[in-house]
Structures are given as structure tokens and as C-alpha cells.
Design a protein around this ligand. Structure first.
Ligand code: HEC
Length: 217
């Protein structure tokens, strides 16, 4: 009897020992896993923000371009200026609201003063301008703002073809007299003329809240 008891005791001790070990191992693995998840998610969030920024800027660009082309074929270039003047920003606002982000175009040589760069945007635009002048391809960029709570996605916009020159090229040769008059009326301080194909025109600048990116993962 005494022997059975001591064997039982030993078994209990061994068992409890075992389960203690198991619990601490489980906790250890759990902690490890959560640290790994945390570490991974920072990278995941930046990658997702880059992917999403690409999608949003493409969507915004397509919306603007198709609206611009319709306006030109319906009313001609000079009247399309008035269309850009009243419709470009509302179109961007609509796409912004749809995705809960804030989309703008920023430019060193802006036409609409709303598109003046902020300090953060200025240094990125300078880098894109340097690249364009030196035939270096500019890649989209993600920058952390506000302690990482907001991610700033940017992507260079170039003068891609002759369509752009109708309103952003040289007055007299690319821009006709009627269009020039409209531009002067609406944008007396216009800096967005005299561009050539391939030059930097500006960039997409999209402020994406980190919390919105996290929802997508
Ligand atoms: C019908 C004339 C017209 C054509 C064609 C045109 N734009 Fe513009 N663009 C404008 C006007 C007007 C604005 C100012 C819009 C506003 O007030 O929000 C503008 C603004 C911009 C801006 C915002 C920065 C700024 O200067 O305020 C970018 C970037 C831009 N255009 C790029 C292009 C590109 C690239 C093309 C060719 C694919 C193009 N545009 C074709 C008239 C035109």
C-alpha cells in the first residue's frame, strides 16, 4: 500500500511537471508567434499600402482622363479647361471618399494653387524632378507621417503625350490662342505651361490612414 501510494505520488508529480512544462512551452510559442505577427505586419502594411496606392492612383487617373477626353470631344479644348477647373478636384474627392483616403496631385509648377506641395511633398517632387531630368525611372514611394499613423503614397506624373501639350505645352505652338485666353482668365498665376513630352508634371499624393490599410489585411 505504502509503495502504491508513493508510486501514485511520483506519477502525480511527474504529470504535473509535464503539464507545467507544456503550458510554459505553449505560452512561449504564443508570445513568439505574436511577436512574429507584429514584426511581419509592419512590412505587410507597407506592402499593402504600396499596392493599394497603385490601385487608387490608377483609378483616379483613369477617371480624370476619361472625363477629360469626353469633355474635349464634346466641347473642344478651350471649353475643356473650364471642365478641368470645376471637375478635377470633385472627381478626386469622390474617389477619396470611396476609399477613405485623401487624394491630391502636387506639382512644383502648379496650375491650381491647391496643388502646391507641402514640405513633405516638396522633397519627394525634387527627387522625381531630378530623376526625370537625368533619365532615371522614378518608382512610387511610401513615407510614414504622423508617427506612422498615416502613410503617404506618391507616384510621379509625366507629360506622357501630345494630348497634355494642348494645355501644358508652349503657348502659340501647342496651346492655341483661345485656350490660352481661358487659362489666363482662370489661372492668372499659371506655372503649368511650356512643358515637353517626358517632363515631370507633378505627382499623385495619397494620404492613407494605417488603420484603413490594416482592415485590408
Ligand atoms: C484641356 C486642357 C488640359 C489637358 C489636355 C491636360 N490638362 Fe492637366 N490640367 C488642366 C487644368 C485646367 C488643370 C488645373 C485643374 C484644377 O484647377 O484643378 C490641370 C492640372 C493638372 C495637374 C495638377 C497639378 C496642377 O498643375 O495644378 C496635373 C498633374 C496635370 N494637369 C497633368 C496632365 C497630364 C499628364 C495631361 C496629359 C495626359 C494633362 N494634364 C492634360 C488642363 C489640361
Amino acid at each position: 500500500m505504502k509503495r502504491t501510494l508513493s508510486i501514485l505520488c511520483l506519477a502525480t508529480i511527474l504529470l504535473s511537471c509535464n503539464s507545467n512544462e507544456k503550458i510554459s512551452k505553449d505560452i512561449f510559442e504564443e508570445v513568439n508567434k505574436s511577436m512574429e505577427v507584429k514584426k511581419l505586419s509592419e512590412v505587410d502594411i507597407l506592402e499593402e499600402a504600396m499596392k493599394w496606392g497603385d490601385e487608387i492612383s490608377t483609378e483616379a487617373q483613369n477617371q480624370l482622363l476619361s472625363a477629360l477626353q469626353t469633355a474635349i470631344s464634346d466641347k473642344g479644348i478651350p471649353e475643356a479647361i473650364a471642365f478641368c477647373n470645376t471637375k478635377a478636384l470633385p472627381i478626386l474627392k469622390e474617389v477619396s471618399q470611396k476609399h477613405q483616403v485623401s487624394i491630391k496631385r502636387a506639382s512644383l509648377d502648379y496650375r491650381n494653387p491647391t496643388d502646391q506641395p507641402t514640405e513633405n511633398e516638396l522633397s519627394i517632387l525634387d527627387a522625381y524632378a531630378y530623376n526625370a531630368e537625368n533619365n532615371i525611372k522614378s518608382e512610387p514611394n511610401i513615407q510614414k507621417l504622423e508617427k506612422g499613423e498615416v502613410l503617404l503614397y506618391t507616384k510621379a506624373i509625366h507629360i506622357q503625350n501630345a494630348l497634355c501639350l494642348n494645355c501644358h505645352g508652349a503657348p502659340g505652338t501647342d496651346i492655341d490662342a483661345e485656350t490660352l485666353e481661358k487659362l489666363q482668365q482662370l489661372y492668372p498665376e499659371d506655372k503649368a505651361k511650356n512643358h515637353k513630352i517626358g517632363e515631370l508634371r507633378g505627382m499623385w499624393s495619397i494620404r492613407i490612414p494605417k488603420s484603413e490599410v490594416a482592415k485590408r489585411l
